[in-house]
Design a protein around this ligand. Structure first.
Ligand code: PMP
Length: 426
């Protein structure tokens, strides 16, 4: 069957034809392709077309798809059974690895997705502080928990408004929303509500409004604010963890959060998430403490095997330096192509995470990102797709490079970009 035929059939059976909204290409228009297989830097669709993939399953595939070491680890684990519902040794190795690589994490709890990790982390923040308000940032995504599907209410800083039907107003009221990269706004909010704030959750490099790094001193400022007001600083490193540096954004910027959440890379492509932090906080989680959180499949042996194989691969000397250097080559190359074609364009990048914007401005905020030319991005996306390059199908998603992307892949990507921009100039 063709991509189109499959999509028609899928739409009859699943909402929007997909199991996660962004896959449906609603933002960029058109129809998604259906992947038949993936290897290294490439996806192949059901019609046999190959794409250089800059999405990498939305982040996990940092060593490329179907890496033999990860696959073999999974194959070995599968031989011993798929799920035990009892403790298994691989969970300890995973916890040892995470706590060693991320020094702010003394103890960790494995879960099955990024969403579960962030929901659990804010429950812990509330349980540990006895407070109920949570602070988040406009444009940051922390999964689909009720507390996160909230935007700032008009005018007032005080009450959040649900961004999805089904999120109770009462839940949204407990989420305060701030503009990212605006420290003065955070100071004003804490001055008014500090005593009620259980925790502040942030993507330390924003990756869900395209890629927006924190301004110099911003994360330090938030750290100081949380400490002063007794609120927990939660770094949502689901995207940045083991991506912008081996120790995540907290290592890259030298900040110690109270709690961290992880996903994507730690599962090596399997459904895995985790949250962790200081021992005295994590010891409040059941059954060590009273704050409840659980999971039938959490710490699953096959998922642990995939994640551990991945975490071994990324610890190889020079891995992150090489990846960051190549990401720079790609971003600078695309900038040079756009400049050459006279197209207003800018890029952001941190480690192996990058963002492309159709604007001349340096993008430092959600307002900047939404002011960029999304129609131009959508045309670029489709032009690249046609030429066998798969970028994230939304102007508000970060791009990811893997160690499997070769010089030839980068050169082919730049050539596709040149042709695309030239064609759309007409
Ligand atoms: N936090 C961040 C920063 C994310 O980027 C995502 C997903 N893209 C999530 C949480 C939610 O993770 P999941 O989709 O695994 O539930």
């Amino acid at each position: 069957m063709t991509n189109h035929e499959l999509f028609q059939r899928a739409k009859q059976l699943m909402p929007g034809g997909v199991n996660s909204p962004v896959r449906a290409f609603k933002s960029v228009g058109g129809e998604p392709f259906f992947t038949a297989r993936a290897d290294g830097a490439y996806l192949w669709d059901v019609e046999g077309k190959r794409y250089i993939d800059y999405v990498g399953s939305w982040g996990p595939m940092i060593v490329g798809h179907n890496h033999p070491r990860v696959r073999e680890a999974v194959e070995r684990a599968v031989k011993d059974g798929l799920s035990f519902g009892t403790p298994c040794p691989a969970e300890i190795t995973m916890a040892e690895t995470i706590t060693r690589l991320v020094p702010s994490v003394d103890m960790v709890r494995m879960v099955n997705s990024g969403t579960e990790a962030t929901m659990s982390a804010i429950r812990l923040a509330r349980g540990a502080t006895g407070r109920s308000k949570i602070v988040k940032f406009e444009g940051c995504y922390h999964g689909h928990g009720d507390s996160f599907l909230v935007k700032a209410g008009s005018g007032a800083l005080t009450f959040g408004v649900p961004t999805s039907p089904g999120v109770p107003k009462a839940a949204a009221d407990l989420t305060l929303t701030l503009a990212y990269n605006d420290l003065a706004a955070a100071e004003a909010l804490f001055a008014e509500h500090g005593a009620d704030i259980a925790g502040l959750i942030i993507e330390p490099v924003a990756g869900n409004m395209n890629c927006i790094p924190p301004k110099d001193g911003y994360l330090q400022g938030l750290r100081a604010l949380c400490t002063r007001h007794g609120a927990l600083l939660i770094f949502d490193e689901v995207m940045t963890g083991f991506r912008v540096a081996l120790g995540g954004a907290q290592a890259h910027y030298g900040i110690t959060p109270d709690l961290s959440t992880f996903g994507k890379i730690i599962g090596g492509g399997m459904p895995v998430g985790a949250y962790g932090g200081r021992r005295e906080l994590m010891e409040q989680i059941a059954p060590a403490g009273p704050i409840y959180q659980a999971g039938t499949l959490s710490g699953n042996p096959v998922a642990m095997a995939a994640g551990l194989a991945m975490l071994e691969l990324i610890q190889e000397a020079g891995f992150y330096d090489r990846l960051a250097a190549r990401t720079r080559l790609l971003a600078d190359g695309l900038q040079a192509v756009a400049d050459g074609e006279g197209v207003p364009f800018s890029t952001n990048r941190v480690g192996a995470m990058f963002g492309l914007f159709f604007t001349q401005e340096k993008v430092e905020s959600y307002a900047h990102a939404t002011a960029a030319d999304t129609a131009a991005f959508n045309r670029f996306f489709h032009g690249m797709l046609e030429r066998g390059v798969y970028l994230a199908p939304s102007a508000f998603e970060a791009g990811f490079l893997s160690s499997a992307h070769s010089d030839e892949d980068l050169a082919a990507t730049l050539e596709a970009a040149r042709q695309t921009l030239r064609a759309s100039r007409g």
